[in-house]
Design a protein around this ligand. Structure first.
Ligand SMILES: [Fe+2]
Length: 210
């Protein structure tokens, strides 16, 4: 198997090891079904972001360390990109200090029909402004500590080994402080090809308490 196959298997195995992620498993283990019109993100140059990724090796936990190490070894085989455009009102550092990969889902190397899965790397000092989308989402924190907000629960801190759940169409946001954060993320549901709606387009600035 190649590096991506091994990484995909390891990512699925990590989700499978978490009973609270069981609902996501069928969506990221489906048969390969290419979809016409699948999202194809512009391949941004995220090399300046990805070269800072080594720091996440030090802030994993025992349960996440093997997957973190495997990603660090395979990072050059992974296509990293930026979801938003430079003039989007998406928050401090979101454009030039974060990188996303798409490991499974329509348009990815592995193509389940109703879900997406990938890695999300945020350097220190990022403010990801509130946004919302139709699919439900999990952020499985693999390394580092992030502050996460949603419109119901407000702000909380989450670290390696934690899993954050976001319901469909729910406003949510995230910040990093003085260390980078690595996340295994997954979407399930409909409208997988739509870029998230941004809060600042109709709600204003980031909520208090960040
Ligand atoms: Fe989200």
């Amino acid at each position: 198997m190649g590096a991506l196959d091994n990484l995909y298997c390891a990512a699925r195995a990590y989700l499978a090891s978490r009973p609270d992620c069981a609902a996501y498993m069928p969506t990221v283990t489906g048969a390969s079904v290419p979809q016409p019109g699948a999202m194809s993100f512009a391949q941004s140059d995220c090399s300046d972001v990805v070269r800072h990724m080594d720091r996440v090796a030090k802030t994993a936990c025992p349960a996440t360390q093997p997957l973190v190490d495997q990603l660090l070894s395979a990072r050059d085989a992974v296509a990293w990109f930026q979801v938003y455009k430079p003039d989007d009102l998406v928050g401090k550092g979101k454009i030039d200090r974060t990188a996303v990969s798409l490991l499974a889902g329509p348009g990815a190397a592995f193509e389940p029909e109703h879900g997406r899965m990938g890695f999300y790397f945020l350097r220190d000092g990022v403010e990801y402004a509130p946004h919302a989308h139709a699919p439900r989402e999990i952020y499985a924190i693999l390394s580092g500590t992030a502050r996460y907000w949603n419109e119901v629960s407000g702000w909380s801190a989450y670290g390696a080994g934690d899993v954050i759940y976001t319901l469909e169409h729910r406003w949510h946001a995230m910040t990093t402080c003085n260390e980078p954060v690595l996340i295994l993320w997954a979407w399930i549901g409909e409208d997988l090809n739509l870029v998230p709606v941004l809060w600042e387009e109709d709600q204003g600035s980031i909520p208090d308490g960040a």
